[in-house]
Structures are given as structure tokens and as C-alpha cells.
Write a protein that binds this ligand. Structure first.
Ligand code: KG4
Ligand code: ZN
Length: 338
């Protein structure tokens, strides 16, 4: 059997990613981050697509060089079809199409959320792969979903957010606190020094396995406004406690729904994915859930949590094995189903 080399391209939001996989092994994984958005407190779509256009060729070049692979050795090109920002998706999608045409190799369209889940099937020493069926909690800047994963290509959404994603809850809280974008990692950092029970926030009441985070954001905003009116140094003096309390509330919201999903499905294997799964509090809580609830939890390697092309590549590899190719008229999609 011949080795399969997949070049994967990720350009759904503000990071340009390129990776090379040899079968299910990642041999290079490069991400060009866009610092430009920090000063605006959020991703500016127009600037993101321009930066992708600027970065895509050099990023792919570096990924190929690091992998020590020539373009001629590639078996297929995988790219993120959606969901994401249209202008960003178009850059990666158009580039992938052109390259597959030039090299005369298959093109593989990949769903970004599917990739956050299948990232667990990348071969990595010290990381177990989940067996089917399992539950996936995908938490990112754009999505919050609980998915029942029956096989590589049979996925059912059991619940999702009805408004903001959990990453937005982190980032918007961070913005209220005056942190630069994306503020999720900073909340995580300050939370480590704080008391998670210093301040109590109420959890939203949402039926079933769905989520809502916009009310929490408003609650935090009023809480900060009220306290800042009384003490202008409130944030500065209580940063760690505020971050720890907000993070604790968010983790509780996620855990409540996960417990409910386990009860409803009887499935005790839980895999997390998406940028927010980099959060150390969430990682620790899920690890503890193994002994506490008898769950088996899967936490991805750090570099496969936030947006990256390796995860696009692993979906590409599994689609390649099934001859699941896209034709050259495939279009990018801002919204997309499994
Ligand atoms: O998956 P991702 O890189 O991009 C999307 O597809 O959205 O997720 C980005 C999100 C941002 O909201 C960022 O603040 C959040 O992941 N994030 C974190 C942490 N690291 C990244 N949130 C909380 N704690 C972290 N350590
Ligand atoms: Zn993502």
C-alpha cells in the first residue's frame, strides 16, 4: 500500500493554517496568526480575507518544507469548506481548487466542525482515540455543540447554542474587562490565581441540550458597571476572582448539559474540541469527571484545539480512504450541516 500524503488548508476565520499528513500522522502543521484584529476587539472579516491572501502561499510553502515533501508527492488537497467567514473561506477554497487542478490530484472539502471532532483521530503518542459511539462537545469562538458521533461520517447534533458561542462568552467578558482580543486565554490565565466562588452568576435556563450565553454576558456587564460605579479600581483589584468566577460559571453550564447528554444517551465517552477546549479549567474538570462520574474523557493535544490545518487533514485522510472527493464546482459555505 502506497503512503497517502494530504496537504490540508484551513482558512475559516482569522488564522491561515497549512498541514501535511502522511496517513493519519501529522508531519507538519503551520499556523500564521493574524495580530491585526487585536486592536479592534474582534475579527474584522475584510482584513481577515486580505491577510489570508497574503499568507496562504508562504504558509503552505513552510508546511511542505517542514514536511520535506514536494508538491508532486501529494495525494490530495483538503480544505475547509465552512462554516466560517465567507471572504476567508473563499481564499483557501479557491487556492485548494487551483492547486488540485494544477497537480491533477483530488480535492476534498471538509466541514470545520467535523474537523474539530475528528482531530481526536490524529495519531499522537500518549493520546487515545475514542471508539464509536461517543459524545463530542465542540466549543469555539463560533460554535457550541453536543454531537453524537456514531462513525467517522455519521454525526448527530443533540444540542447547540441558541445565541452566542461559549468562546464569545469568554471573549465578550474579556472585552468588558478591557483585555485585548481574543480574551479567552487571558481569562484562563487570571482565573488560575482567583477564587471561583468569589462572585455568583446565575446559569441560564435553556431546555434540553441547547445552550445560551448571551444572558450571562449581559449579567456580567451589569455586574461590572455596578461595581465600577462604586469603586473605579474594581476590575484591577479583583481581576483574578472575576475571571475565576466567570470561568467557573461557564464550566458549570457545560458540565450540566454534558451530564444530561450522558443520561439521555447512556454514552460515557466524551471528547472535547474547538478553541475553548484549550481552557485549563475545562480540561481539569473533564479529567476529574473520569473518577467522579466514571466517564472516559478525550482531551486533544493543545495544538489541535484552536484552529489548525492538521484537523482538516485528518478528515481529508478518512474521506480519501472512502473516495469521498469534491468536484471543481464545489463552493464555500458560511453555514454548513454535517
Ligand atoms: O476554534 P477556534 O480557534 O476558532 C473558531 O473556530 O472559533 O476558537 C477560538 C476561541 C476564541 O473565542 C478564544 O477566546 C477561545 O477559543 N479560547 C479560549 C482559550 N483558548 C482559546 N477560551 C478560554 N480559555 C482558553 N484557554
Ligand atoms: Zn474552530
Amino acid at each position: 500500500n502506497k503512503d497517502i500524503y494530504i496537504l490540508a488548508i484551513e482558512s475559516s476565520c482569522d488564522d491561515t493554517g497549512a498541514a501535511v499528513l502522511k496517513d493519519n500522522n501529522v508531519i507538519s502543521n503551520v499556523v500564521a496568526r493574524q495580530d491585526i484584529h487585536e486592536q479592534y476587539g474582534g475579527v474584522i472579516p475584510e482584513l481577515a480575507s486580505r491577510a489570508h491572501q497574503q499568507n496562504i502561499v508562504p504558509t503552505i510553502d513552510v508546511a511542505l518544507k517542514k514536511a520535506n515533501i514536494t508538491k508532486e508527492q501529494l495525494s490530495a488537497i483538503a480544505f475547509t469548506q465552512g462554516p466560517g467567514l465567507m471572504g476567508s473561506l473563499l481564499v483557501g477554497g479557491s487556492f485548494a481548487k487551483s492547486l488540485s487542478m494544477a497537480l491533477d490530484i483530488p480535492l476534498i472539502a471538509v466541514n470545520h466542525m467535523h474537523a474539530h471532532i475528528l482531530a481526536h483521530f490524529i495519531n499522537e503518542e500518549g493520546f487515545d482515540k475514542p471508539s464509536f459511539p461517543f459524545l463530542a462537545l465542540t466549543i469555539s469562538g463560533g460554535h457550541t455543540q453536543i454531537v453524537k458521533v456514531n462513525s467517522f461520517f455519521d454525526l448527530e447534533i443533540l444540542g447547540e447554542t441558541t445565541d452566542d458561542a461559549v468562546g464569545e462568552a469568554f471573549d465578550k467578558t474579556a472585552k468588558i474587562l478591557g483585555f485585548p482580543y481574543p480574551g479567552g486565554p487571558l481569562i484562563d490565565k487570571f482565573a488560575k490565581e482567583g477564587n471561583p466562588k468569589a462572585y455568583a452568576f446565575t446559569k441560564p435556563k435553556v431546555p434540553g441540550l441547547n445552550f445560551s450565553f448571551s444572558g450571562l454576558k449581559t449579567q456580567i456587564m451589569y455586574f461590572i458597571q455596578k461595581n465600577m460605579a462604586e469603586n473605579p479600581n474594581f476590575i484591577e483589584e479583583n481581576k483574578a476572582d472575576i475571571c475565576a468566577s466567570v470561568q467557573f460559571t461557564i464550566i458549570n453550564i457545560l458540565m450540566d448539559k454534558l451530564k444530561m447528554a450522558v443520561n439521555e444517551t447512556g454514552i460515557k465517552q466524551i471528547a472535547i474540541g474547538g478553541g475553548v477546549s484549550a481552557n485549563s479549567g475545562i480540561r481539569q474538570t473533564l479529567k476529574e469527571a473520569e473518577s467522579k462520574y466514571g466517564w472516559k474523557t478525550y482531551i486533544p493535544k493543545f495544538e489541535y484545539t484552536t484552529d489548525n490545518a492538521a484537523m482538516i487533514g485528518i478528515v481529508g485522510y478518512h474521506k480519501f480512504l472512502e473516495n469521498h472527493f469534491s468536484d471543481s464546482s464545489t463552493v464555500s459555505k458560511a453555514r454548513i450541516e454535517f
